[in-house]
Ligand binder design. Structure first.
Ligand code: AMP
Length: 588
């Protein structure tokens, strides 16, 4: 974190060092906030030290609410029952969230009234609350302008205005409303602007409404929290939903948001997931406020741990401890990806952001990589066996930690033991384990491999494709480290399968679920054919071999040279049999 132009005390490790009131420190203890986040260490001393305007480039999830909230609360005069701080933010969700956060921080302060004022809800209770008197107003711009027109709010003693998620407010078309509001607050009031990105429109606001602001940047390039791992899966567009289900099946205790691009897609995916037995709800603009509240409640209390949402509907949503963000489809704007992935990995927790792309979306992924300054990790869509393996391991772990204390169990144990008398420990374990994964095993029996045959990742290209030794060709196998494959085993397998010919194997790369190996191009037909005629097995999985994507043409040329599979026209025919099956059929 570098606050350009500002001297920063890098030695701030505790909230005590920031000079906050004892009541606020008590509130922080109650919330379990042990030490200030980077933005809090940078912003709080700056704001406590004076009335200078402030521009902070900070991602959502960095702890920015407390960064501006604590100084506001610290300087509040409880005896004055008029709004002294006005916080503007883009959505109702965020508005309620900020009001909730500030109320919690102020838990030990006396007579503090904080009011969220947002659209899409009955205005009357908000008018009544304003009339009764509040000290902090958290508002969405549209409703705030409405209040001003009704002369329902007195902004004459406002000391501080916060523009939170300024880029979002502007991209949602609130520019005019912001202008109206900014011209209604006292000129001497301090303005703080928080934004994940700094487009020209935001710069205009800082120029027009702020004076010599201090600037603080958390993270150099809007990169999002460091503790988020970014992963991607490549699938055929038609297999996207099936791949999503596999990913969901693979992750025990998944608590996350699946992002879609349109309302229709969002509803469709949530419906399909619901139909297939997954606890998922849709969140998009077509929902009534009541429906939205119901969905959010079920998501927050984890009755429904999967939320399928559009970018707009999920704006400002702050739910802690999300384990995953799944980008079912990528947003057009790379900046939106940062907002999505920033919903996980909040305040130092770790999180994973998963992206599903089709074969033509690599360039989109590159643009995002550039924007976030990180590389995506390539993942292979798991097979049913992979999923069951992970699930069983997780189940064993949970089992080991289980402490089944129950008087009823004590009472029933003798009868249980008697009924199961004669069943061996292995037999018993097998049955119980089977029961745990039975549904998955049955569902995934005979399901196709969803990894496209031509699977050339942008990063793998360098190491595998273009560097293949001259005259060699690269083959890809559908098994990898998870199947227990080692170089020795692989060489032995080739020896067994290709009995008639010695095969000088070049470079071998064993990935988690796939393996790449180089062999002389002239032997490719023979090897592929031999493997397909008598497919060997490893850990119960039949081994398939194919020519790795980009080298296919080379392979064809080589085949025609060695008198391979050519048709009557002399043109090379593709291999008859597809080695990796991928079918468009959807499971029910
Ligand atoms: P924000 O960026 O304000 O949306 O904050 C993200 C999350 O971090 C919220 O759930 C806060 O409650 C939490 N949080 C903020 N500050 C701290 C802190 N110092 N320690 C732990 N959690 C925090």
């Amino acid at each position: 974190m570098v606050p350009p132009g500002a001297e920063m005390d890098t030695m701030i490790h505790t909230f005590d060092q920031l000079g906050l009131s004892p009541e606020l420190l008590q509130g922080l203890i109650k919330l379990g906030f042990k030490k200030p986040t980077d933005i809090q260490s940078a912003v709080i001393p700056e704001l406590l030290g004076g009335d200078r305007d402030l521009v902070a480039k900070a991602q959502t999830g960095t702890g920015k609410t407390a960064a501006f909230g604590l100084p506001i609360l610290h300087r509040l005069k409880a005896e004055i029952l008029l709004p002294q701080a006005l916080i503007l933010c883009p959505t109702r969700e965020l508005c309620m969230q900020i009001a909730r956060d500030l109320t919690q921080l102020a838990d030990f302060m006396k007579d503090i009234r904080i009011l969220p004022v947002y659209g899409g809800a009955d205005i009357r209770p908000q008018l009544t609350a304003l009339r009764r008197g509040v000290q902090i107003v958290v508002a969405t711009p549209g409703r705030m302008v409405d209040m001003l027109r009704r002369k329902a709010v007195d902004l004459s003693v406002i000391r501080c205005v916060v523009l939170d998620e300024a880029d979002e407010m502007l991209s949602m078309g609130f520019e005019e409303d912001l202008q109206t509001i900014m011209t209604s607050v006292p000129e001497a009031s301090q303005t703080m602007l928080f934004s994940a990105t700094m487009p020209r429109t935001v710069a205009d606001i800082t120029r027009n409404y702020m004076q010599d602001p201090a600037t603080i940047a958390i993270g150099m390039h809007n990169t999002g929290p460091d503790n988020v791992v970014h992963e991607y899966y490549v699938v055929h567009a038609r297999d996207r939903y099936l791949a999503l289900k596999r990913i969901v099946d693979l992750i025990p205790d998944l608590y996350g948001i699946v992002f879609c691009r349109t309302r229709q897609e969002t509803q469709e995916i949530a419906d399909w997931l619901g139909r297939d037995g997954y606890p998922a709800h849709a969140l998009h603009g077509d929902l009534s406020q009541q429906q939205r509240d119901r969905v959010m409640k079920a998501f927050r209390n984890r009755h429904c741990p999967l939320l399928v949402a559009t970018d707009v509907a999920a704006r400002g949503l702050d739910v802690r401890n999300l384990t995953h963000i799944i980008n079912y489809s990528l947003p057009d704007d790379p900046g939106a990806y940062t907002h999505r992935s920033g919903r996980t990995g909040r305040a130092g927790e770790s999180g994973v952001s998963i992206v599903l792309i089709n074969l033509r979306e690599h360039s989109k992924l590159h643009r995002i990589e550039k924007q976030i300054g990180r590389k995506f990790i390539s993942r292979t869509v798991p097979s049913g066996d992979d999923i069951c393996r992970v699930r069983l391991h997780d189940w064993i772990k949970r089992w080991q930690n289980l402490e089944p204390e129950s008087a009823l169990l004590d009472e029933l144990m003798p009868a249980l033991i008697e009924r199961l008398d004669g069943m061996s420990r292995d037999e018993l374990l097998r049955k119980v384990a089977y029961q745990e994964v039975q549904r998955l095993l049955e569902y995934y029996r005979d399901q196709p491999d969803l990894n496209p045959e031509v699977r050339r990742e942008p990063h793998a290209d360098k190491s595998n494709g273009s560097n293949t030794t001259h005259g060699n060709i690269e083959l890809v196998l559908n098994v990898g480290a998870v199947n227990g494959l080692t170089p020795t085993l692989l060489l032995r397998m080739i020896e067994t399968v290709a009995r008639k010919q010695a095969v000088p194997v070049g470079r071998i790369k064993i990935a988690k679920m796939q393996t790449y190996m180089e062999i002389p191009a002239s032997l490719a037909t023979y090897i592929v054919k031999s493997f397909n005629t008598h497919p060997p097995e490893i850990s119960g999985r039949k081994v398939n071999v194919a020519v790795a994507g980009a080298r296919r043409q080379l392979f064809r040329n080589a085949r025609s040279k060695v008198g391979g599979n050519t048709g009557r026209t002399g043109r090379t025919r593709p291999p008859k049999r597809k080695l990796f099956r991928h079918s468009g059929s959807r499971s029910s």
